[in-house]
Design a protein around this ligand. Structure first.
Ligand SMILES: Nc1ncnc2c1ncn2[C@@H]1O[C@H](COP(=O)(O)OP(=O)(O)O)[C@@H](O)[C@H]1O
Ligand SMILES: [Mg+2]
Length: 304
């Protein structure tokens, strides 16, 4: 991972600070398995440098952006780079203080405390990914306020005080820009350093495509990257919604093409059909057709 960062041109001083961090903060061997081995690398030098600097300064991070801007990929990459175990904590209607901190349960006739993910993460110096944190309900918000407090002590009524390990960091993610997303309350936001996650650059998108599909022909690296940018532009100009601007869907479509599905069929599943509006779907198909001819076969897209 550190070699990857060097390759991306991340400042040497930051990399040596990361190495010091890793040497300084030890880890219980039983939690080594939680250090992620990322499947994807995050591309974006500026964001990397901002995130690393904030974490080195002991800050917690909030990654804000539209879907598929790499928020979870970055959070996982950061835990890997800092060599810390990762806990994923997602927020939904049923997430309450018990599911976050833990609860007393009966085991063999005895009362034992079953530790929740926030508890474990805080205790073992983990990186806690607070996924879709803006969806947190009141009971969970109270726990978050305590967890993210500068005193680094979680003090929630009904529980023992928990001291947060010095190596622990919390990384929140939140989407915005489509129906159903909520704003984060001000007091919670103020406990984070916030990064607005940019859309991936064309250059980095090409890198990502080649890393994922080393057998992709040069011409189609260009066309797929161009297609994604075309869709983004149409959406920015409000000609289409963001539904079809879906990098996850594009990558999945290329996977299907690699398995033998024609280009148009694969892209209809991964991109076009994400919209449920006939008129919008036609617009999206038009954008696709300009770059990807109908019935495009696997052999024309891939080298092998
Ligand atoms: N800047 C980026 N660098 C690397 N991958 C990216 C980037 N932006 C988006 N992706 C890709 O988009 C997909 C979704 O990433 P994810 O982190 O799950 O998005 P989010 O959590 O923002 O919705 C992944 O396949 C990821 O590799
Ligand atoms: Mg996500």
């Amino acid at each position: 991972m550190l070699d990857f960062l060097r390759g991306e041109g991340i400042k040497d001083s930051l990399i040596s600070d990361i190495i010091s961090f890793r040497n300084y903060y030890k880890l219980e061997p039983i939690y080594e398995y939680r250090i992620p081995v990322p499947k994807y690398n995050y591309y974006g030098k500026e964001v990397w440098e901002q995130a690393i600097t904030a974490l080195l300064c002991g800050e917690n991070l909030l990654l804000v952006g539209s879907k598929a801007t790499g928020k979870n990929v970055l959070a996982e990459n950061l835990a890997a780079v800092f060599g810390r175990p990762k806990w994923d904590i997602s927020f939904h209607v049923n997430t309450d203080s018990t599911s976050l901190i833990g609860t007393d349960t009966f085991e063999n006739g005895q009362v034992v405390f079953r530790e929740g993910p926030i508890y474990q993460c805080a205790k073992w110096g983990g990186f806690g990914v607070l996924d879709e944190i803006n969806m947190a309900k009141n009971d969970a918000v109270a726990v978050l306020h305590a967890t993210l407090d500068y005193r680094r002590i979680i003090d929630v009524p009904g529980y023992d005080k928990i001291t947060i390990d010095e190596a622990s960091r919390f990384i929140g993610t939140m989407n915005y820009g489509y129906a159903g997303t909520r704003e984060l309350n001000e007091a919670l936001t103020s406990r984070f350093m916030v990064i607005n996650m940019p859309n991936i650059t064309t250059e980095n998108l090409k890198k990502l495509l080649l890393k994922e599909f080393p057998n992709l022909k040069e011409e189609y690296v260009e066309q797929f990257a161009g297609l994604f940018k075309d869709l983004q532009l149409k959406s920015e100009n409000s000609e289409i919604s963001t539904k079809s601007v879906d990098l996850r869907g594009l990558l999945a479509s290329i996977h299907l093409m690699n398995k033998g599905l024609t280009g148009d069929k694969a892209l209809s599943m991964g991109i076009t059909n994400k919209s449920f509006d006939d008129f919008e779907r036609t617009l999206v198909e038009d954008v696709i057709r300009l770059r990807i001819p109908d019935n495009l076969e696997r052999s024309e897209i891939f080298k092998d």
